[in-house]
Ligand binder design. Structure first.
Ligand code: G3P
Ligand code: MG
Length: 263
């Protein structure tokens, strides 16, 4: 696999904004669909996170679970269905009949949509275990077909996937996803050669966060739907939070900034 060269993306973390729409505006639209991305854009969000996995024929698609049951009217594993079969599924009605007819997006469709909305992306690489390289290869192919014009971060819970990103998409920023921040976080970040650490807000620890920040690693936290928690994280220096309700958090961040301005 040749390395991807069309543009240099390594500083995407420097373009982060405080709020990232988690799976799109997934509190008000079916997660990971075009509707969720469009609503996030309409709410003024500049960054969206989505989950990327592959079909049986090796096409990168936007879906969180390895199984189809929760977020579509299909059953079985995504990776065992060809794209043509996945495209027949309804990915909106499970959330609300209002979204009936939403289809599973391919990554190329998402990239075109995000280009149109001028939205930056965090693609969370969610390979089925054992298909890490194939999943990264599918992302590489999508980026060849639709060059992305905005900041881009690739992240994953999978060290194998991140190492494949480093090998094949070396100029794109990488983030390590974890639930709890590991005690030996330096080793883990080095192993995957990442610039960011994306952790669960449930494991926030102010001292640990301060240490990590001093090392120059960017810190992002998921999934933050509570305003008080978001403010606590921003004040501790977390660069960005992933939320299902971006409008709510954008408002809260704006309020926090203007309160600071007045005192
Ligand atoms: O990328 C942040 C967050 O999305 C990780 O967890 O399960 O929501 O994909 P999950
Ligand atoms: Mg995710």
């Amino acid at each position: 696999m040749p390395s991807y060269q069309p543009y240099r993306q390594f500083s995407a973390y420097h373009h982060l904004t405080p709020v990232i729409a988690h799976r799109g505006a997934s509190g008000i639209a079916p997660e990971n669909t075009a509707a969720a991305i469009k609503l996030a854009a309409e709410q003024g969000v500049q960054w969206a996170e989505v989950d990327v996995t592959i079909s049986a024929d090796g096409i990168a698609v936007i879906h969180h679970d390895s199984d189809l049951a929760r977020c579509s009217n299909g059953h079985g594993l995504v990776i065992l269905k060809r794209l043509a079969e996945l495209k027949e599924l309804d990915c909106g009605n499970w959330f609300s009949p209002h979204f009936r007819g939403e289809r599973m997006m391919t990554l190329t469709e998402l990239l075109a949509l995000a280009n149109q909305f001028e939205m930056a992306l965090n693609l969370e690489v969610k390979p089925i275990i054992g298909r890490e390289t194939e999943t990264v290869w599918a992302i590489y192919q999508a980026l060849q077909r639709v060059p992305f014009e905005h900041p881009l971060i690739l992240s994953s819970f999978s060290i194998h996937a991140l190492q494949a990103c480093r090998a094949h998409l070396p100029d794109i920023s990488r983030g390590l996803n974890v639930e709890a921040i590991p005690q030996r976080w330096q080793d883990r970040i080095e192993e995957a050669d990442c610039q960011g650490l994306h952790f669960s807000q449930a494991f926030f620890d102010a001292n640990q966060v301060q240490q990590i920040k001093q090392s120059g690693i960017h810190l992002l936290s998921y999934t933050v739907n509570d305003l008080v928690r978001a403010e606590q994280l921003w004040q501790a220096g977390i660069n960005s939070v992933f939320t299902d309700f971006p409008a709510r958090l954008l408002e809260s961040h704006f309020q926090l900034q203007s309160d600071r301005g007045h005192h």
